[in-house]
Design a protein around this ligand. Structure first.
Ligand code: 6PG
Length: 226
């Protein structure tokens, strides 16, 4: 497996990181829309992106060109406040004019296997993403790719994988695979809080983590405030 190229960006405070992340996203969107007339972005789950998404409501862009995907989803009812898609909709997606047909939520309410199959079909016609946003867990997980889980032992993986044993509740999830997350022009990690410091240190020391398995040709950018 080729060595992951990481560009590490350290921020003194969270607002500074959030502003820089918003600028990074907007720049990627302008580049994609100017080149292809469309912007395909994969959203990170968890709590870190919340304010970044909220700030995106104010940007000046052609929302009709934005296509939203998710890197993972928790197997909960559609309107459950713990769903990654619920958070993104509440603070951002339902507040801007992205056409609803262009918001591709993962049907995790169907359960891991059925939801993963359905989303894999939805992604079948989608090429490389323009930008993939990812969070980082304290154990080095990203999306719903957890260390020591079944996906790590698989010879081959489908683009979208069912997860049954997530140590971060809920146990049942759906995640894009490392390979599918790597098919992107840009990958931006967001890691905030001292609980992520150990994972960052291990990652930078070359310890194999799920986060180090995302390996786009252009390398990854890691925005951290730890
Ligand atoms: C999830 C996320 C997960 C998250 C990290 C960081 O469903 O929880 O996909 O990968 O990004 O656990 O979460 P925080 O941003 O809340 O620290």
């Amino acid at each position: 497996m080729p060595v992951q190229t990481c560009r590490w960006h350290e921020f003194d405070n969270l607002p500074g990181l959030e502003q820089a992340a918003g600028e990074f996203i907007l720049h990627a969107s302008k580049q994609a829309i100017a080149t292809n007339g469309a912007f395909r972005i994969v959203l990170a789950g968890g709590s870190t992106p919340r304010n970044i998404y909220r700030q995106l409501c104010e940007v000046d862009t052609d929302w009709s060109a934005w296509n939203i995907y998710f890197g993972d989803e928790r197997c909960l009812p559609v309107r459950d406040p713990e769903r990654n898609s619920r958070m993104a909709r509440d603070v951002w997606l339902d507040r801007v004019a992205i056409p609803s047909r262009q918001i591709h939520t993962i049907p995790a309410e169907l359960g891991p296997e059925a939801g993963a199959l359905r989303y894999a079909r939805e992604l079948a016609g989608v090429g490389d993403f323009d930008l993939v946003l990812l969070g980082l867990g304290e154990d080095g997980h990203t999306a719903s790719l957890f260390p020591g889980a079944a996906w790590e032992r698989a010879e081959t993986l489908p683009a979208v994988i069912p997860v049954h044993d997530a140590p971060k509740p809920p146990a049942q999830r759906i995640s894009l695979s490392p390979e599918r997350l790597s098919r992107a022009r840009h990958v931006l990690y967001l890691a905030c809080g001292d609980t992520k410091r150990n994972a960052i240190e291990n990652w930078r020391a070359g310890v194999a983590l799920p986060a180090s398995r995302i390996n786009p040709v252009s390398g990854v950018d890691v925005f951290m405030c730890v």
